[in-house]
Design a protein around this ligand. Structure first.
Ligand code: ADP
Ligand code: MG
Length: 275
């Protein structure tokens, strides 16, 4: 009899960059929505106490709503806190509430404090049951990180296999990247050898300026294989979508921002997971 086709593994992508305002959240929600649009089953885990990804995906995240806090600190199963994004078929969300702000400190005294999210994703029996990922429920998990390299981001880096780093096409774009890559190396050596920087996305690209082109070129020089061909243009439509509880994919699907995110998602799918 022919060999059984093995279902493709879930790709867990950590969207991280310790600089604030570089487009982590915007990239997370729009790449996720675009992936869902092309038929992928996607889970977004909001790991930023600000809950901006939860806002853009239009899920409740006021204090007390079941959230990433309950998974990390209380040991709840992901299945207990996951909700569907109301406007985006195929996309589920684990929201973040402001409770998560205390988690950096509360986790310090918790056993295996840097592996809480990893265990939850694996459905570790000591924490929960039923392995969500083992059943291949999702093709992609995207984790939106806060702008720091603390315990929350560390939990994402231990749980993920790929990193998606958004880089803003601005002055000092590469500043701080060295520190991020050092952290990745430390995590690879001590906590998660699977981790790799698979994907870099140049965002807020302004084609009219030589500066943006120069930054993009410099980034490509350093990360030839990781940088997506697609860049995301700077666009008001992208930045105003969250105030309507939307991603640009539904807010203005034919806008250059939406089309670029769609193209980026297609590239991510077709490149496949790193070997
Ligand atoms: P981070 O999560 O890294 O802090 P955000 O995704 O919240 O960054 O983006 C920072 C700001 O830049 C937000 O106000 C967002 O709306 C805006 N922004 C992000 N991407 C774009 C874009 N392509 N065009 C215009 N504004 C953008
Ligand atoms: Mg953010």
């Amino acid at each position: 009899s022919p060999p059984m086709a093995r279902p493709p593994a879930t790709r867990v992508m950590v969207v991280a960059n310790q600089k604030g305002g570089v487009g982590k959240t915007t990239t997370t929600v729009n790449v996720a929505a675009a992936l869902a649009q092309v038929g992928q089953r996607v889970l977004v885990i909001d790991l930023d106490p600000q809950g901006n990804a939860s806002t853009a995906l239009n899920v409740e995240h006021q204090r007390g709503v079941p959230s990433t806090y309950d998974v990390l600190v209380e040991g709840k199963r992901l299945a207990e806190v996951v909700v569907p994004a109301p406007d985006l078929p195929g996309l589920d969300v684990v929201p973040a509430t402001i409770d998560l702000a205390g988690a950096e400190i509360e986790l310090v005294s918790v056993v295996a404090r840097e592996s809480r999210l990893d265990r939850a994703l694996r459905g570790d029996h000591r924490i929960g049951s039923a392995a969500e990922l083992g059943q291949n429920r999702y093709d992609f998990v995207l984790i939106d990180c806060p702008p720091s390299l603390g315990l929350l981001t560390l939990n994402a880096l231990v749980a993920g296999a790929e990193m998606l780093i958004p880089i803003q096409a601005e002055y000092y774009a590469l500043e701080g990247l060295g520190q991020l890559l050092e952290t990745v190396e430390m995590v690879r050596q001590h906590l998660n050898p699977r981790l790799s920087v698979s994907t870099i996305l140049v965002t807020m690209y302004d084609a009219r300026t030589r500066l943006a082109a120069g930054v993009a070129e410099e980034v490509r020089g350093h990360f030839t294989h990781q940088v997506l061909r697609t860049t995301i243009p700077r666009s008001v439509r992208v930045s105003e979508a969250p105030s309507y509880g939307q991603t640009v994919m539904t807010y203005d699907p034919s806008s250059p921002g939406a089309l670029s995110y769609l193209e980026a998602a297609r590239e991510i799918v077709s490149k496949g997971a790193p070997a």
